[in-house]
Design a protein around this ligand. Sequence first.
Ligand SMILES: *Cc1c(COP(=O)(O)O)cnc(C)c1O
Length: 366
Amino acid sequence: MTGHTPRLRETLTRLPAYAAGRPPSGQSDLTPYKLSSNENPHPPLPGVLEAIATAAASTNRYPDPSASALVDALAERYDVPRDHIALGTGSVGLLQQVVQISAGPGDEVMFAWRSFEAYPIMTIISGATPVRVPLRADETHDLDAMAEAITERTRLIFICTPNNPTGTVVGQAELDRFLDRVPGDVLVIIDEAYVEFGRDPDAAEGIETYRNRPNVAVLRTFSKAYGLAALRVGFAIAHPEVARGLRQTAVPFGVSTIAQAAAIASLRAEEALLARVDTLVVERTRVEAALADQGWRVPPSQANFVWLRFGDRTADFLTACEGVNLAVRPYGEEGVRITIGEVEANDRFLAVVREFAPEPDAVDEG
Ligand SMILES: *Cc1c(COP(=O)(O)O)cnc(C)c1O
């Protein structure tokens, strides 16, 4: 038969597009910098590159499907049983599986908004209904409003801390109070993609929280602090039934031999990698202080990016950044997320953003 196209699931028509961070525009001769995807500006450590090269030699073979050496390393590192660990193709891969194992048509998946863009996409793919609970005015999770928004249909709740794109964290005490109000049969996922950049002693600790709460699980990634974004490897720490569900729904052989080897080498080199994270935190502090000097009121970031609410000036700021070969990440007419990158990149951002600094008497709108 001609003239017919295959009938696909109707839910696809409701999918928002995932807008990946764009590369620099190439509009100027200045060194291009990509501050649009929260990547680590440091290339892999020599030892990690070596592990990658060694693993590359066996690319003709399928990877170890259970990734046992990496699971062993993670179990030891985080002091959790092996059967509490599930690996994924980045934590975004696990995110999709988390929705698949918990929510389908008629079910609700709740998260703060704004938060990570993958949440509504994965929810809609699964046929479930996204429930977005607005952040408070200070850009933090409104956990009281989230607790009140729980219904009989709520099957899954995402808590992103530090939150992408605002950089704000959930406190341990308020998380505990919230979890006390969540029914035990609702899965709560704490997405800690940026946890290594956090320096707030009151911030919630996902793995400690999971230990005595069977409905709580944690997602971590090697993409950000560990600098392995291109290799696609993340992990979940969850109680056995959830972890098993995640392993059951994983794409077979999804985490490559190279990714497994690089992740193991990164855990071995953790001290050196976390020292690099420290230098990024120092840069973040410097950038935040400079922004405050310019009159900006930015939410304190515990991640490797800052969030500025430009409102209807978002597109103008984007154009100004493109003009100097800086890629940043706009969100509609709300604001822009700027990754903390190389010192020179951060300096260039600060020079551009100065032109947009709020008038002293309009600081509240900053
Ligand atoms: C970057 C990010 C992830 C993970 O990305 P992967 O590369 O798929 O591991 C997960 N959650 C949030 C909030 C992120 O920003």
